[in-house]
Design a protein around this ligand. Sequence first.
Ligand SMILES: Nc1ncnc2c1ncn2[C@@H]1O[C@H](COP(=O)(O)OP(=O)(O)OP(=O)(O)O)[C@@H](O)[C@H]1O
Ligand SMILES: [Mg+2]
Length: 267
Amino acid sequence: MKLALAGKGGVGKTTIAAALVKLFAEKGHRVFAVDADPDSNLGASLGLPSSVLQRLTPIVEMKDLVEERTGTGKGAFLVLNPDVDDIPDRYRVRVGDISLFRMGGVKAAGTQCYCRENAFLKALVGALVLRRDDLVVLDFGAGIEHLTRGTAKGVDLLLVVTEPTRVSADSAATMVRLGRDLGVAEVRVVGNKVRTEREARFLAETFGEDLLGLVPYDEDVAEAALEGPGDEEGDGPVTVGVLRGRLCESLEELYPEIVKLAGGRRT
Ligand SMILES: Nc1ncnc2c1ncn2[C@@H]1O[C@H](COP(=O)(O)OP(=O)(O)OP(=O)(O)O)[C@@H](O)[C@H]1O
Ligand SMILES: [Mg+2]
């Protein structure tokens, strides 16, 4: 099952990605969390200490390394096939059944695109050979620069996260269209930070059947975000404690539907 999260800046992609990673791991899935956002913080949101995250080599560098050693352009595939277990440990942080990868560095000033990162992401998404119940979670940065045709084909379910505002919903609607145009198998919207009935109604009316579900505004999550990433495991903005809260409960309700949508292609 390959799941990607997209949405306008700050809507809660990383928070929801982290909560889903934890939830699926708890349910017994092996989870591969890919931080595809150059200004990445999925690791911190998962509660991983900054000392561990600093040691994590971005996987774009794996391609360079292998090319250097083998002198071929096919290096990435050699490493990634046939099984994700072959990925060397310096490119991932493992916590129980969760493996975290980091995509790449910050876009160099003046460069126009993440071409190299995109090419690699496509290779990664396409080449990961998974067990049936494994889950890959891709946390994209704001916008959908990473969502190219090649990457989209490998994604089973795109979750477009939106806040209950007109501006956020408009851009979510654009991303839903784009995701479908690019050939993602399933595309659904998750409304996040919902506080009132009126907001819930607004999202239901705007997205109709495309709306997978709603995640309430969670004071505990907002509170935890005031803290920076700590240096002890579990200290990050989405701590285990927070993950027992309302945000997590609402995602737990969506779990069966997510499994159905994301796993539909490989039954
Ligand atoms: N359901 C929620 N309730 C309260 N606060 C939330 C909720 N979801 C996310 N937040 C808060 O909103 C802020 C933005 O969340 P997050 O970083 O997950 O967004 P993002 O979409 O990944 O942002 P970016 O586009 O910068 O990657 C964070 O401070 C987070 O704690
Ligand atoms: Mg983010």
